[in-house]
Design a protein. Structure first.
Length: 225
């Protein structure tokens, strides 16, 4: 009887996970002290004067040296395993900016991404900043972090007959809209207004009901339609 009850509970749990779309990779992994320290470094201002430097010396020498000088912390920056990031591409970083802004500025044109890697505490790769070809990754690996967690909302009887409108407000769509808005802002900062306009219009078309769509409209008015 006990075995039968255990089997039934296990079957119910598996059925719930299957219908909810949850996968083990979506579970939030605990962040080590090292990862938390690197996340704090992302907001530190760096003084950079890098003129048309190839990505290889930029991520392996120049940026780590600037981080070390500003924060006394040694941060490893590397290409994520299996990613086709081109180390011979050249970039320019000049002025005072945070590490996160510097990384976003590098990848604004390439539609690349980056995230702080989470590994076992003490592992050399724990807290490393990995560069990827996934533009949806911004600080966190896709499907993880604050924006990757699914938000379960209570069903409102008034909106029960409008499932399509509810789907527009899903966590995944909000995350994509936020990432597009971030990209557009960096395109504006690089004076790439035409690219920024295309990105902003994409937000308005795909995520019309989101807060980011309202922000996109305001930014469009600011840079001129």
């Amino acid at each position: 009887m006990t075995r039968l009850l255990t089997f039934l509970l296990l079957a119910v749990a598996i059925g719930f996970l299957a219908t909810s779309g949850f996968t083990p990779s979506q579970a939030a992994e605990p962040e080590s002290r090292r990862v938390k320290a690197v996340r704090e470094v992302l907001s530190h201002k760096l003084k950079l004067d890098l003129d048309k430097k190839m990505l290889r010396p930029l991520i392996y020498d120049d940026l780590p040296a600037a981080i070390k000088e500003a924060t006394k912390l040694t941060v490893k920056i590397d290409i994520a395993p299996g990613q086709g990031v081109t180390l011979t591409s050249s970039f320019e970083l000049k002025g005072e900016m945070t590490l996160a802004e510097a990384l976003d500025k590098i990848f604004a044109d390439k539609s690349w991404g980056w995230y702080v890697n989470i590994a076992k505490e003490g592992d050399q790769k724990d807290g490393a900043i990995f560069l990827t070809t996934n533009s949806k990754e911004h600080g966190y690996k896709e499907g993880t972090g604050p924006m990757g967690k699914e938000v379960v909302k209570k069903e409102d009887p008034k909106t029960k007959e409008k499932p399509k409108e509810e789907s527009k407000a899903s966590g995944g769509d909000d995350k994509e809209a936020l990432e597009l808005l971030t990209r557009a802002k960096f395109q504006v900062s690089l004076k790439q207004n035409e690219k920024a306009k295309a990105t902003l219009n994409e937000i308005i078309e795909k995520h019309a009901d989101s807060k980011q769509a309202e922000d996109a409209k305001k930014l469009l008015e600011k840079i001129g339609k």
